[in-house]
Design a protein around this ligand. Structure first.
Ligand SMILES: [Zn+2]
Length: 220
């Protein structure tokens, strides 16, 4: 039996093919490829992508995806870094409530609609409130699970502003639960991530939760 060693040229070919596959994985698909994928999904549902009403749909879906997933092109750390200010002496809680967001769950790519509440206790840096809202949008406009998004927001604030503590609460409804599967309309998922004094000090946590619930109810 002649057990041949693979030829040098075969090895080269295998290497080249592997490199091409790798490059294809890393390359962002073109808009045309994305639209073709939408046509495939339309066909798979049982409809005809060439009928009049659907003719422009692949293009519209691709454009919508650019919006839904714009967060991949922004660096969350940079958003906070660019704008913080040194403030001496301000040592009260900063709370931004009811930041509305739309995201998509990474398991079904179905919409997640919710609100985020962010609080932190500055040490020496504060950031413009619009930047906090922007931070939420950047993480929301990616494929997400709510727990991960909650932690990412809190961790980024902790990392860049280095406050005494951060609290992030997110309440959201998941359309993968409300429009399919278990069909639980109205069910909302609440997640929270507490760091620093919000985790360690029950009084700070209580103050935060009171502010969240009732507008401004301060506790001593
Ligand atoms: Zn889901």
């Amino acid at each position: 039996m002649n057990k041949q060693k693979p030829l040098q040229s075969d090895l080269k070919l295998a290497e080249t093919l592997a490199a091409e596959r790798r490059a294809a994985r890393e390359r962002r698909p073109s808009r045309a490829e994305a639209e073709e994928a939408v046509r495939t999904l339309i066909r798979w549902t049982g409809d005809d992508p060439d009928r009049e009403g659907l003719a422009g749909t692949p293009e519209r879906v691709a454009r919508a995806y650019e919006e839904y997933f714009a967060g991949y092109h922004d660096d969350p750390v940079e958003i906070l870094q660019r704008t913080f200010e040194e403030v001496e002496g301000y040592d009260e809680m900063v709370l931004l409530r009811d930041i509305r967001f739309e995201s998509h769950c990474e398991h079904h790519m179905a919409p997640i609609l919710g609100r985020a509440h962010i609080a932190y206790l500055p040490d020496h840096r504060v950031v413009g409130i619009s930047k906090l809202a922007r931070l939420v949008q950047v993480y929301a406009k990616r494929l997400q699970i709510q727990e991960k998004m909650t932690a990412q927001i809190a961790n980024t604030i902790q990392q860049v502003l280095q406050p005494l503590g951060v609290a992030v609460v997110i309440e959201a409804s998941h359309q993968c639960m409300t429009t399919r599967g278990v069909h639980k309309p109205g069910a909302a998922l609440a997640t929270s991530r507490m760091l620093g004094v919000f985790r360690e000090n029950p009084a700070t946590r209580r103050e935060f939760l009171a502010m969240l619930r009732g507008g401004a109810t301060f506790e001593d």
